[in-house]
Ligand binder design. Structure first.
Ligand SMILES: [Zn+2]
Length: 503
């Protein structure tokens, strides 16, 4: 069992020789085959379980202890447990795989496959994916004593020894390598950068990650609102409204363009695989891949890598800004499903759940918390704290106007989040009434700042400020705003119907 103590990751580049690299690639591919085997076995066992009569009767039981117990026994009977899959992996490994993959690594692979199928069973995931050639990039051990071992700045792994590149002046490395941080286990990672393989060793260490003293930690209580394209932060004396990860949208368009190119190339290389109406023929096919096709394909991979790195840095910047204001954070739980339904996948390309996860970790490391409350009880986007009436607003309505209050909607939601009671997760109207007079000027100031910084006229529609400025009044004929928002929404859906990997 892995310990549940807090942990963080230190990544070290590996100084590999071509011989090392080919060994690692063989091991990664062996790992891939073992993973696929476990995945297939898990799916098979889950199928058998579900076809059984006992399953049909168990699923009809009322929710409760008895039902949970019955499912547990069923899992055991059909050998659909992590333990059983470990056992299966061990038998499969008892072959040529033996010399490439150690038993601990095999077990972590089995666990990974089991979890994937479990997620599908619990409807947390739609599909499980069998990994194709060159699609398997990581292997990990269970501890630092067998399998992947890091000792004296070197990776020891079943007969090969690879030195890590250590930068003495790097504070993050110096902090992580301090012996006070016990190594829980190691993971090897392959990344393709410009079609060239690079290898890294990740140490999973006990403790909290390095804190850069340049980044301040604030003490205000924060109300946060993350929208599909905006982020609003309200503290005690400061508030901010900004765009959320919008910089990656143009890159996303570039990717879409490349994907269309890839599709054209695939078609022109393989006309025999298509029907006259352009659909793909059924049955087994052979696909020819031209050099140009492979080139486009690796361009997409490179763009993907850049996109992920860019997004990570944008997230990091926003997170540091929030932490600099405060670490006790209240926010509404984002409904990712409704986001995807209403705004298309490209909004999820901004990876809000990854953002929240990292923010939570950072806040907790700094001694604070991230409290995510459900929208059902609070209805922050509808309610007015003065009269307490909830009115549904269409997304195009970017301003909250009621009872002499007239404020940008996301900022208002963030303000209300700040007034949500942590114990009951309901809106404390009295507290909101008390805080409002002091915070209203702070929020207005935040809007003023956005106006000034975007006075050139490139203020995003989602802020709802451009319309306000032009008309001199916050109330704008609803039709024209809706039209503008429609364009934004339509664009994002169109741009992004294809890519599969979200978050
Ligand atoms: Zn009101």
């Amino acid at each position: 069992m892995r310990s549940k103590t807090p942990s963080f990751i230190l990544e070290l580049p590996l100084k590999t020789t071509p011989a090392h690299e080919s060994t690692i690639l063989i091991r990664l591919d062996t790992g891939r085959q073992l993973y696929n085997a476990c995945l297939g076995e898990c799916l098979k066992r889950l199928d058998l379980l579900r076809q059984s009569k006992e399953y049909q009767s168990t699923i009809k039981l009322p929710k409760g202890k008895e039902r949970t117990e019955a499912f547990k026994n069923l899992n055991k009977k059909y050998e659909f447990t992590e333990y059983d899959i470990h056992h299966y992996a061990a038998t499969v490994r008892n072959s040529w795989i033996n010399e490439h993959i150690g038993i601990h690594i095999a077990q972590t692979l089995a666990t990974r496959a089991f979890r994937a199928v479990q997620n599908k069973a619990f409807k947390k995931a739609k599909h499980v994916r069998f990994k194709g050639k060159n699609q398997f990039d990581t292997l990990e051990g269970k501890n630092n004593q067998t399998g992947l071992i890091f000792r004296e700045n070197t990776l020891h792994w079943s007969g090969i020894e690879i030195p890590c590149i250590i930068d003495e002046n790097n504070n993050v490395m110096a902090y992580g390598l301090n012996p006070e941080h016990r190594i829980k286990y190691c993971r090897i990672v392959r990344r393709k950068i410009n079609s060239i393989n690079r290898f890294y060793l990740q140490l999973i260490l006990e403790g909290t990650p390095y804190h850069n003293p340049k980044h301040k930690i604030g003490y205000e209580e924060i109300g946060l609102d993350v929208g599909p394209s905006t982020i609003a932060i309200v503290g005690d004396n400061k508030a901010e409204l900004k765009q959320f990860c919008s910089d990656i949208v143009p890159k996303q368009k570039e990717k879409r363009k490349l994907q269309r190119k890839l599709d054209r190339q695939r078609r022109s290389n393989n006309p025999q695989n298509y029907n006259e109406n352009g659909t793909i023929k059924k049955g087994k096919k052979k696909w020819n891949k031209s050099n140009q096709y492979n080139k486009t394909s690796s361009e997409i991979a490179e763009l993907d890598r850049k996109l992920a790195a860019h997004r990570k840095s944008l997230h990091g910047k926003d997170i540091n800004d929030i932490i600099a204001m405060g670490t006790r954070i209240n926010t509404e739980k984002i409904s990712y499903k409704s986001w995807q339904k209403n705004f298309g996948k490209s909004v999820l390309m901004r990876a809000p759940s990854m953002f929240m996860g990292r923010l939570k970790q950072k806040a907790e490391n700094a001694g604070g918390y991230l409290n995510e409350f459900g929208t059902q009880n609070t209805k922050l986007s509808q309610i007015c704290h003065t009269c307490g009436v909830a009115v549904k607003k269409p997304f195009s309505q970017r301003w909250h106007t009621c009872c002499d209050i007239n404020i940008q909607r996301d900022l208002y939601s963030a303000f209300l989040s700040k007034c949500v009671d942590m114990n009951t997760n309901t809106l404390d109207l009295a507290r909101a009434g008390m805080l409002w007079p002091g915070l209203e000027p702070v929020l207005s100031e935040a809007i003023l700042r956005v106006n000034q910084s975007t006075s050139s006229g490139n203020c995003p529609d989602s802020f709802g400020l451009r319309n306000q400025r032009q008309s001199g009044s916050p109330v704008k004929p609803a039709a024209s705003i809706t039209e503008a928002m429609d364009v934004v929404i339509r664009d994002t859906i169109y741009e992004d119907e294809s890519h599969g990997e979200v978050i």
